[in-house]
Design a protein around this ligand. Sequence first.
Ligand SMILES: *[C@@H]1O[C@H](CO)[C@@H](O)[C@H](O)[C@H]1NC(C)=O
Ligand SMILES: *[C@@H]1O[C@H](CO)[C@@H](O)[C@H](O)[C@H]1NC(C)=O
Ligand SMILES: *[C@@H]1O[C@H](CO)[C@@H](O)[C@H](O)[C@H]1NC(C)=O
Length: 166
Amino acid sequence: MKFSTSNYMALATIATCALAAPVIYDTNSTAELMSPLSQEVLGWSHATFPAIYQTCNETNTRMLNAAFKDTAEVTAYGKSRLLNYGIDDAYYKRWFGNGSIFTVMGVFDQLMEASKGSMLMRCDDADGLCAANPNYYAGHHRESAPAETVICDYFYNSKTAFNYLL
Ligand SMILES: *[C@@H]1O[C@H](CO)[C@@H](O)[C@H](O)[C@H]1NC(C)=O
Ligand SMILES: *[C@@H]1O[C@H](CO)[C@@H](O)[C@H](O)[C@H]1NC(C)=O
Ligand SMILES: *[C@@H]1O[C@H](CO)[C@@H](O)[C@H](O)[C@H]1NC(C)=O
């Protein structure tokens, strides 16, 4: 996974990896994956999600939606865990050290509820970086278009995007 550390998605992914059980995609449950993402995701009253570009085929789109849904559930859990255990939580110490709990909470809020107006996930290897880093890049941000995230095939193939960082 080569997401830039300044990116909220990556930050929160790391954060939530620390706080939640690994996510395993159940690609069998097509109906579940295809159900449209609701604004009313468990634990979040105003969840927003990035747009998925047309270069993502149906399979990719289903998996990305599933990943967003997982992120929503996992960040909701992470947030409630922070509220209940605060900075004395062993996981918190492991991942954030002396970091401010307000920063971490802010990242969760930002990730789930901030406007994703120009954020775009695309599935074509527009910069050739996926091909150049097979079995390593699950995705990357485009330097030429900072709002865009390229999702590499490795993301789908590994199916471990979330617990990869553990
Ligand atoms: C997925 O489908 C296969 C074949 O139908 C089945 O054996 C397996 O148990 C299913 N997995 C889940 C998690 O439902
Ligand atoms: C969708 O694209 C992926 C590559 O990103 C490919 O492996 C898969 O076979 C495609 N699925 C369909 C239904 O075209
Ligand atoms: C965290 O705070 C403790 C006590 O204030 C200090 O001893 C420790 O060096 C700090 N750790 C980091 C990584 O800043």
